[in-house]
Design a protein around this ligand. Sequence first.
Ligand SMILES: [Zn+2]
Length: 129
Amino acid sequence: MTLDLGKPRSAGRLEGGGAVSGSTGGVPLIIPEPQGWDCPNCTVTDVTPPLPPGQSRYHQCAGLHGLSAPLVRAGTRAKVEAVEREDYLNGDEQARGDDGKPYMAVRVTRDDGEDLTVNAGLASARLVT
Ligand SMILES: [Zn+2]
């Protein structure tokens, strides 16, 4: 027994970025284009399947004091910067960069807005038995 999937059509492009890579009995296959990511502060790049809006990829950025920083979608004009904690720590544990300074956030500024990844101060306790 054989399954006839019809004659393959020539590959082409769809509006919106998808690619048509043939046909299965009249139903076109839509293969989403991979999403490129890069960092404006270091050389890290990545390619993933398309992610929903608002999601991102993170990496330990060598150009941003070793902090966990988001990658930006390839082709997006953006600035990624570390935000130093400016108040008194008073014993709080705070994420620190490789320069020893406490950083409370990583800010991504794009033409259409900004995102903030907050490094909240950590509580600590000691168990006395
Ligand atoms: Zn980086």
